[in-house]
Design a protein around this ligand. Structure first.
Ligand code: G3P
Ligand code: CA
Length: 254
């Protein structure tokens, strides 16, 4: 195998398209999710927040400034106002007119085509967002692990505990960005409600993978933006690779 990477792990590693195939289309838009499915990603990752009128919207930053032609906080704009914004032109003129999707729109369009890794972004700004995400899943019978491939993740551990209490059958991921989150006591605490520990790739090595696997949890690393980052993650034995470029991960699905 290229670079001496173990074939066995390359065959089963889960490819997650980060904010959709965001290396090829504007992040967190239907165009990026469509591209991810075309590229045969196993999951799309997306970020969810709440509009001023309490609708679940798919956008990464807590303001619209970077990824749209508007300005302001997501939480101060209604869905109608958000939907008027162009979420594609910042990436390339060819994507002009892409809109900020709602979570429900993405679940309806892609729930049967691909797995969906839903990140609840900045939940401290959005009291009640866990219940709203849970309702959107339950309405579609996506709240049981047997139905569809849904994983819910956040950097906010309390939010994930809350979500686990609402829908205990939906797999949970905790996002971690520091070594202090990856001690054995922390991993044991995560195990009480989570199924995946998803660290920044800088912290991934064989020892960490083994300690997470010893607790019967999975590990998905983020965010691969350079091809050379893939082989070390496969060698370390991760279960999933979260990447802007799904084609950087060796293909495995039919
Ligand atoms: O899925 C992992 C990754 O999305 C976490 O970082 O900032 O891209 O949401 P961020
Ligand atoms: Ca994210």
């Amino acid at each position: 195998a290229p670079g001496g990477m173990p074939d066995q792990n390359a065959d089963k590693v889960i490819t997650v398209a980060h904010r959709g195939a965001s290396g090829y289309a504007p992040e967190n838009t239907m165009a990026a999710f469509e591209k991810a499915v075309e590229m045969n990603a196993d999951y799309i990752e997306l970020d969810v927040q709440l509009s001023k009128d309490g609708q679940l919207v798919v956008i990464h930053d807590t303001t619209v400034d970077r990824t749209t032609d508007g300005t302001g906080e997501v939480r101060n704009l209604t869905l109608e106002e958000l939907r008027k914004l162009d979420a594609g032109s910042h990436f390339s003129p060819e994507f002009a007119g892409e809109r900020i999707p709602t979570l429900e729109e993405v679940l309806d369009a892609y729930g049967s085509k691909t797995g969906i890794l839903i990140e609840i972004k900045a939940p401290h700004l959005y009291p009640g967002i866990e219940q709203k995400v849970a309702d959107a899943l339950a309405e579609r019978n996506m709240d049981e692990s047997s139905n569809g491939k849904i994983i819910v993740q956040s950097f906010d551990f309390n939010s994930m505990k809350k979500f686990h209490n609402i829908l205990p059958d939906v797999p949970i991921g905790v996002l971690t960005s520091g070594a202090h989150h990856l001690t054995d006591p922390m991993l044991q605490e995560f195990k009480t409600y989570a199924d995946y520990v998803n660290p920044n790739l800088a912290y991934v090595n064989r020892d960490l993978v083994n300690r997470i696997h010893a607790l019967d949890m999975g590990i998905m690393a983020w965010t691969v933006r350079d091809q050379s980052q893939v082989a070390p993650l496969l060698e370390a034995g991760v279960d999933g690779i979260i990447t802007d470029y799904p084609d950087y991960v060796p293909r495995h699905k039919d």
